[in-house]
Design a binder for this molecule. Sequence first.
Ligand code: NAI
Length: 462
Amino acid sequence: MSSYDVIVIGAGPGGYVSAIRCAQLGMKVAVVEGRETLGGTCLNVGCIPSKALLHATHMLHEAEHNFADMGLKGKAPSVDWKQMLSYKENVVGQNTGGIEFLFKKNKIDWIKGWATIPAVGKVQVGDDTYDAKNIIIASGSEASVLPGIEVDEKTVVTSTGALTLNKVPTSLVVIGAGVIGLELGSVYARLGAEVTVIEYLDAITPGMDAEIARQFQKMLTKQGLKFKLGAAVQGVEVKNNKATVSYQLRKDESDHTITADAVLVATGRKPFTTGLGLDALGVELSERGQIKTDANYATNVPGIYAIGDTIAGPMLAHKAEDEGMAVAEGIAGQKPHVNYGVIPGVIYTHPEVSNVGETEETLKAAGRAYKVGKFPFLGNARAKANFAGDGFVKLLVDAQTDRILGAHIIGPMAGDLIHEICVAMEFGAAAEDIARTCHAHPTYSEAVREAALACGDGAIHV
Ligand code: NAI
């Protein structure tokens, strides 16, 4: 029987990063993973494959809409869906293979199979039982499907099935205007599907700064997505490969139906802890099924830790990675810290949407005095040259101290631009610190600087 300092359960971004950090800190580590390849949901059926499809369809959009204006003449490319899927699989393969390489490099054992924790200090996989001084649960999440809906991953799909549809549907209904629904909805809209998004709330992307959400909805509508807001989905019926979604409008309780070739259920995710044996061990869960942990990611059972989507907080790969490193460092006796006030969020549509920290709504609710500095990409030379002038940067700063409290970007490379502001926030910077930092011209990042200038004496290019 093998014994380890640490056994990590799950090889997603939380688990594999944690395992690598444990190995770097001198621990003997194994990771239990039941999928055929490493990388978890994110690399296999989430972040990475969806980004490949978002990229390919954005290229198509550019060819259809902007090439001729740039003097690039000729017919726009036609879509070879099989090839697009194989490009996506190839990207996934490169990334999952990369993790396998990193495991070898760091001498991490991959135990193939699904883990159970039969007792404190033990991990069982199939007929084998391993000793572990510490166990880190990083088993991720699964789609949370509404009652009354049966997913077959062909006609009624979660994000997993949406990445492998056997053809581009003529019509697609997306249930839920959250991150998954809008990213994948916009992929299929660009491929020519008629996409209708049904959302329970009266606005898209709950929790997002409301001004940005409104602008985002306008842009997506311009791209052809249709929205039915304030609509509660009640069920989906499949007949002859067509799905009929029934929903009720909340304002007048009227009942409606819509029929489509495919339905994407994107109504959130829930922790995936099935089969781990947490009940028998007495590991405490919240009412939402999240594993309860203390500030060191320790559960109530000694030697068992949990991170990522299995615990509270945003279900984001990078949040899981940070927790993965922190839990490893904590086990090694260090004093790590994850700053939950500075975790960026990105929606990888075109344009991208990103955020960090407070929104105007959270600041108002807390009764805090704040200032807003905004700058539109239309005033940014690089964005104009690249047909990317839609959107803006919005900084929220403390009215007295000018300290940055939050930022929201909708526009080109928003997912990259946000990190300048994250670093500034980590250093407790004021908007003036960004405003006085020289930014190369012409770059999109000048829009961030201009928004910072707008918090003071004013932006230059508006
Ligand atoms: P979500 O929580 O972002 O959005 C779900 C939406 O479904 C909400 O707007 C909700 O109001 C709506 N909804 C719930 N019940 C409904 C009903 N009966 N009828 C109509 N609408 C209903 O969840 P999503 O998009 O499924 O994503 C799951 C998780 O994965 C999220 O935590 C997200 O952060 C993460 N994720 C992050 C990505 C990124 O960072 N780019 C990409 C993909 C997923």
